[in-house]
Each structure stands twice: as structure tokens, then as C-alpha cells.
Write a protein that binds this ligand. Structure first.
Ligand code: ZN
Length: 78
């Protein structure tokens, strides 16, 4: 079975392949579509609304269990 993850914006569960992974790179939230960064990841749907909601609720910090800076211009939309 395909692995399932939860979008930290809308809380919907979806196959991992349909979500976008973010991880912390030295304290900065970083898009990690290939899943190359080590450590915990946070996933959102590939749309800005879910990303903005997650950022507004500090869901990345909570999910990644560390303070992360969200750089301007970062977006899950390809
Ligand atoms: Zn979502």
C-alpha cells in the first residue's frame, strides 16, 4: 500500500506522492519534493492555501518539532 501522510494545512490524508514534503534545513523551512532531507518532514497539498494555513497555524514548527523560519516566496506549487 502507498504510504499516506496528512496535510498540515487542511488535515486531509492523502498518498504521500500527492503531497509536497517540507523539512528544516538549518532552521529554515525548505521544499523537499524528493524527500532527501533527513529528519522529520511536514506535508501539504500542492496548493498555496494549504501552505498558508499551515504557516498561519504554526503547524510546521509543531510538526517538525523545532522552530523553523518560513522564507518569503516558498510555495508548494510547482
Ligand atoms: Zn491540504
Amino acid at each position: 500500500m502507498a504510504p499516506v501522510r496528512t496535510c498540515v494545512g487542511c488535515r486531509r490524508r492523502a498518498p504521500k506522492a500527492l503531497l509536497v514534503r517540507f523539512a528544516s534545513l538549518r532552521g529554515t523551512l525548505t521544499l523537499d519534493p524528493a524527500g532527501l532531507l533527513p529528519g522529520r518532514g511536514a506535508y501539504t497539498c500542492p496548493n498555496a492555501a494549504c501552505f498558508e494555513r499551515a504557516a498561519g497555524r504554526r503547524a510546521f514548527t509543531r510538526t517538525l518539532r523545532q522552530a523553523v523560519e518560513i522564507p518569503p516566496g516558498i510555495s508548494p506549487e510547482g
